[in-house]
Design a protein around this ligand. Structure first.
Ligand code: GLC
Length: 420
């Protein structure tokens, strides 16, 4: 037998033994940005090799708001087609009933995970998702341009606005007509809720709905925060920002056409990637402060749940444990700059060397603001939709901030009724 034939026979024998050991075909659904899909595929290849199972990726649109609508359709139909869902951190309270309780299947490893992440996935004592990666947005900035114009890294939104304007105008005057000051996520979807909550919280205007369920949005600090943001589109931000999600903002910034960007941590690996035109001139810092005196970052992240309707629950559990083990999380942190959910990896020397912001970012993640998904329970999606609608109307100049906050307050009170 020549080598190829021997190899083929070996592979066939392996496949046979895997099949006889109960090799299954699994489907995992997720919405990717940046390098997520490529990094997931590499981990799935390792899983397939180790276990003999096959795993297909079902890709979703980029915006989590669009994913949520599709996931709800599959889940309410009890679809057996998807075994594992990659869930946004905010969904556990709304979708808990559709997933198996992971408490027992992960009891031996759960202590290694960041406690707040586990907490976010626990609904009435049931562990809905096994934490996969965390997120807390950063202000990305062009260190070269700040240096060129002798500007400090801004620590307040007012400073960011002024510096963005000044550098943008100077660069344009020098012939760089495509230059903008600030890009962020201004489209009407969950990403804008995150931005708006950051503006408001950092200005001392509270968390819209507080952890105890109290609606706190009707206040002057919240109004002032939206007013400042409304001054950006068409001035320091492109008019198109009203339809930007994460990857739109990154596209402009990474092409070299913006001084500042608000984005999640995945963008770090990409803007510093070998093919990035701004590699080596980008830095990150914490989001600017308003009247509160401190910046506020929203807690993001994605976690893995096993659908109750899956016909392969044991293998699906094996899969989510594998995707969140140390090796998979290290690869994800290094390749796609996704902050890990295993506490020990924040001290991992290899991650620290290849993605130096990750160990530094632990306090930002620990202090990140949690969206009111837990107190508003099954209403969170509607709450968020009211928030992004109000913010979008103000950014688009269709409503003034005070009227939009007043309407938001009324809508939230109506949604809550007597209690959430
Ligand atoms: C990121 C975050 C997620 C958030 C979304 C908003 O994907 O991980 O939590 O809801 O951005 O666009």
């Amino acid at each position: 037998m020549n080598t190829n034939k021997a190899l083929a026979a070996g592979v066939a024998a392996l496949a046979l033994s895997a099949a006889s050991l109960g090799a299954e075909e699994l489907n995992i659904v997720h919405g990717a940005v940046g390098k997520d899909q490529e990094v997931l595929r590499a981990a799935l290849d390792r899983f397939e090799e180790e276990t003999g199972h096959t795993v297909n990726i079902v890709s979703m649109p980029e915006r989590t708001t669009d994913q949520f609508a599709q996931f709800k359709l599959w889940l309410s139909a009890g679809s057996e087609d998807i075994d594992v869902y990659r869930l946004d951190v905010i969904w556990a309270p709304q979708l808990a009933d559709h997933f198996i309780d992971l408490t027992e299947p992960t009891a031996d490893i759960i202590d290694q995970f960041v406690p707040a992440a586990v907490q976010s996935q626990t609904v009435d004592g049931k562990l809905v998702g096994l934490p996969m990666f965390l997120g807390a947005p950063a202000l990305y900035y062009r260190a070269d341009l700040l240096e060129k114009y002798g500007k400090e890294v801004p620590s307040t939104w007012a400073e960011m606005t002024a510096t963005a304007q000044e550098i943008m105008e100077a660069e344009r005057a020098a012939g760089n007509d495509e230059m903008w000051g600030y890009v962020f996520q201004g489209a009407a979807y969950e990403g804008l809720t995150c931005n708006a909550m950051e503006w408001i919280a950092s200005n001392g205007g509270g968390h819209i709905v507080e952890p105890d369920g109290e609606i706190s949005v009707m206040n002057d600090k919240a109004i002032a925060a939206l007013e400042l943001a409304a001054s950006w589109p068409g001035n320091i931000s492109p008019p198109g920002v009203l339809n930007y999600a994460e990857e739109d903002a990154r596209g402009v910034f990474q092409s070299g056409d913006a001084v500042f960007m608000r984005n999640w941590n995945y963008a770090y690996a990409l803007v510093n990637g070998d093919d990035s035109p701004i590699k080596d001139v980008v830095e990150v810092t914490t989001l600017p402060a308003g009247d509160s005196g401190a910046g506020a970052s929203i807690l993001g992240g994605s976690h893995l749940g096993v659908a109750r309707y899956s016909q392969h629950q044991d293998e699906a559990i094996e899969l989510i444990r594998f995707l969140n083990n140390e090796e998979s999380q290290r690869a994800r942190a290094i390749e796609s700059s996704r902050p890990p959910t295993l506490s020990a990896l924040y001290e991992d020397p290899e991650i620290g060397e290849k993605q130096p912001f990750i160990p530094l970012w632990k306090p930002v993640i620990d202090n990140a603001i949690v969206r009111p998904a837990a107190p508003t329970k099954t209403d969170y999606n509607e709450v968020s939709s009211e928030v992004w609608t109000a913010a979008h109307d103000v950014l688009a100049g269709e409503m003034d901030a005070e009227a939009a906050i007043g309407r938001l307050n009324a809508m939230l009170n109506r949604l809550r009724g007597n209690n959430w």
